[in-house]
Design a protein around this ligand. Structure first.
Ligand SMILES: [Zn+2]
Length: 157
């Protein structure tokens, strides 16, 4: 796990964070006004984006699962990298906001499926410092499709 300046990232990583940032204006959270966006890069080179959607019962969906849902709907399953950015109407988000436990489990599903240690880039709200980590660091000893003897081969095309 390391933190680096945005301008020291590769162009590809900068693009992924910028794509997440572009989507964050569409996040839906009238209750806490805490907005999160995620952009993920697949092995095929496509970018899928998602934002958090909150409900009055606080039973919405996170940006990470929202982006993964877009990817799976398009028929892709191989994630290379994920970028996450968070903003609030009330304060600068300086603490890097990592994926919640439910999202870590879903990211792990595709990491174990493809044997890809998915890189995760987490940005503060101003893109000052970017925390770089991986799903193996965030979700050690994960339980996934290979342990469950899932019939997953058709998803590895
Ligand atoms: Zn989550």
């Amino acid at each position: 796990m390391k933190k680096i300046q945005f301008n020291k990232l590769s162009k590809q990583d900068q693009t992924l964070i910028n794509e997440a940032e572009k989507a964050i204006k569409n996040a839906y959270d009238p209750y806490s006004q805490f907005y999160v966006a995620c952009a993920l890069l697949t092995k095929k080179g496509n970018i899928y984006k998602g934002v958090n959607i909150n409900t009055c019962a606080y039973g919405g969906i996170c940006a990470e699962r929202s982006a993964i849902s877009q990817m799976v709907t398009a028929g892709e399953y191989w994630i290379k990298k994920i970028a996450i950015i968070a903003k609030s109407d009330y304060f600068k988000v300086k603490i890097h906001s990592g994926p919640c436990g439910i999202c870590r489990q879903l990211i792990w599903e595709f990491a174990e499926l493809t044997k890809e240690n998915i890189e995760i880039l987490i940005s503060d709200s101003d893109k000052n410092k970017i925390l770089i980590t991986s799903i193996k660091q965030l979700h050690p000893l994960g339980f996934g499709p290979r342990l469950c003897f899932g019939k997953y081969k058709r998803y590895l095309k």
